[in-house]
Design a protein around this ligand. Sequence first.
Ligand SMILES: Nc1nc2c(ncn2[C@@H]2O[C@H](COP(=O)(O)OP(=O)(O)O)[C@@H](O)[C@H]2O)c(=O)[nH]1
Ligand SMILES: Nc1ncnc2c1ncn2[C@@H]1O[C@H](COP(=O)(O)OP(=O)(O)O)[C@@H](O)[C@H]1O
Length: 204
Amino acid sequence: MKEKGLLIVLSGPSGVGKGTVRKALFSQPDTKFEYSISMTTRKPREGEVDGVDYFFKERAEFERLIEQGKLLEYAEYVGNYYGTPVDYVRETLETGKDVFLEIEVQGAKQVREKFPDGLFIFLAPPSLSELESRITNRGTEDEQLIKNRMETARKEIELMNLYDYVVENDKIENACEKIKAIVVAEHCRTTRVAPIYKKILEAE
Ligand SMILES: Nc1nc2c(ncn2[C@@H]2O[C@H](COP(=O)(O)OP(=O)(O)O)[C@@H](O)[C@H]2O)c(=O)[nH]1
Ligand SMILES: Nc1ncnc2c1ncn2[C@@H]1O[C@H](COP(=O)(O)OP(=O)(O)O)[C@@H](O)[C@H]1O
């Protein structure tokens, strides 16, 4: 029987650099995992393409997908829904490929409940002040929103110990290298290679 792929979840506080690190990872030719494109009710930003960056949905349609159980997880984030299509994830894992999710922390918590064997990686900021300056420099939020984001970030950082690994996003390249190394190590875990071991002995 073919071994199933690994579900890799990258999460962490808003503004830590999840999207940036994910894009850097997927621009590297040696990245072998499949990115699961999320659904969202947020409007496309300039240059974003439906079916590439996100599947852009109307609110009513998204709510219908929730009711139909089509989402592995979903969360409401700054007034918009974001969610992971469950069929794509399950079907891709069945083919033996690894699937990569880049999602906020509420969603990651839901995935942990459904996929306890997944690989959960928390992307952490070098410090809270660095996090604040990244959110401020991104220029997408006003002052009050930044204050709220920082309050939320403190609580989110406390959830760090629910994850398997913590990767500090000091430099983008360092974070990418660490994530790739973690995935390689995870594939070599005794619990995962047990079927292969059996195969070796059977082939004797
Ligand atoms: N729960 C959940 N969060 C998601 C999903 N897709 C993206 N996100 C998160 O939603 C947040 C907002 O994403 P986006 O609107 O693209 O803006 P960003 O803040 O510039 O990355 C980020 O923290 C993403 O990690 C998803 O499918 N589920
Ligand atoms: N390692 C890093 N060093 C410095 N700035 C970074 C780093 N990673 C991300 N950033 C910057 O921080 C801001 C937030 O990154 P983003 O990927 O949007 O975060 P998230 O997806 O976690 O909300 C962006 O302006 C991005 O360019």
